[in-house]
Design a protein around this ligand. Structure first.
Ligand code: DTR
Length: 340
């Protein structure tokens, strides 16, 4: 009898040992937890780059830092991103400068029609340009990345082949790109990208002006069966961090974040360029979207309309006390360096 009890107890002991060894150890909570806000939906490029950054940070800090991401405007929206980060509503946020054009005058100069050819070059140009000017607009935050979209093109429900066709068409764009649409005679409607799907669906607008990856990422190809290549303005973006949250980070974590800045900016530019290619192919295959190339003479007419925009921007900047001419010269020089 006693022997039986001993055997039973030994069995229970062994079984519990086995159970303990098979139960996965609870993950150790990270020492540092940071919230990262983003305004568009998860499948779009600003959020894809956010997830990539999160993964790299968590890996490179060996789990010491954990990032909780909030896509789709669930923590901060397109227009209150900068203030929300400054006020500490989020530790980190991703913003599109075109949505507050007056606030980011210097960096928004990269949106002028200066022929930046792709997002990779755009992102490197923007980074160097930001480093040189260190604009006041970013003085209350720590900048973690700077990148741009690929050049903008028209996506529309009606075919646009000539300046006559675009006249009066309701097209959505923000910031510097809005000036471009106006110059071509469209009826420009301003709103952040996150509001555009509903505006297209409800017929508030007949199309938009943006980089073409949105045809696939937002499924705009379903409604916009035409795209006209103009390869005009890029849109600059930034990822910014609350200054107190930054100051609290230990040195080794700060180093990881700083070392990632240029790498992340370049990665995002390259990702965006590849998404544009994929989106064009997908839109043709899935919705038979027609991609319209302006012929030589027509294209010259379109470009002629844009010539006064940069001159007007320089004049306006100089009136505000900014070195407008130098800013444009610098962007052109950086374009020559990175656009090959
Ligand atoms: N072209 C800008 C920015 C932009 C381009 N792709 C996306 C995707 C998600 C949000 C913003 C953007 C724009 O039209 O707003």
């Amino acid at each position: 009898m006693r022997k039986n009890i001993v055997c039973l107890l030994a069995g229970i002991f062994l079984a519990s040992l086995l159970a303990v060894s098979l139960t996965p150890a609870p993950a150790l909570a990270a020492d540092i937890q940071l919230n990262y806000a983003n305004f568009p939906p998860a499948p779009t490029f600003p959020c894809v780059q956010m997830e990539r950054w999160k993964e790299e940070v968590e890996k490179r800090t060996n789990g010491k830092v954990s990032i909780k991401t909030f896509p789709g405007g669930t923590l901060l929206g397109a227009k209150n991103m900068m203030d929300g980060v400054i006020n500490g509503q989020a530790d980190i946020g991703c913003l599109c400068m075109a949505y507050q054009p007056g606030r980011f005058t210097i960096t928004n100069a990269t949106s002028l029609p200066l022929g930046i050819p792709n997002a990779k070059a755009g992102s490197m140009i923007l980074w160097d340009f930001y480093e040189k000017y260190q604009p006041e607009a970013f003085s209350k935050v720590k900048v973690l990345a700077m990148f741009t979209t690929a050049p903008s093109n028209i996506m529309s429900k009606v075919p646009i082949r000539t300046l006559e066709d675009i006249k009066g068409v309701d097209l959505r764009a923000s910031g510097g790109a809005a000036q471009i649409l106006k110059a071509w005679g469209a009826n420009q409607v301003g709103m952040p990208m996150s509001e555009t799907p509903e505006a297209l669906q409800k017929g508030v607008v007949d199309g938009l002006f943006s980089s073409l990856e949105v045809m696939k990422d937002f499924k705009f190809a379903e409604l916009c069966r035409y795209a006209t290549f103009t390869n005009s303005a890029i849109y600059p973006f930034s990822v910014v961090m609350n200054m107190d949250a930054w100051n609290k980070l230990p040195g080794d974590v700060k180093k990881v974040f700083e070392d990632l800045r240029v790498e992340q900016s370049k990665w995002t530019g390259e990702y965006m360029d590849s998404q544009v290619e994929e989106s064009i192919a997908w839109s043709k295959k899935t919705y038979d979207v027609e991609f319209i190339e302006l012929d030589g003479a027509e294209s010259a007419n379109w470009n002629a309309k844009l010539a006064p925009i940069t001159e007007a921007w320089i004049k306006n900047a100089e009136e505000k006390g900014l070195p407008g001419k130098q800013i444009v010269e610098d962007i052109k020089a950086l374009k020559a360096k990175y656009a090959n």
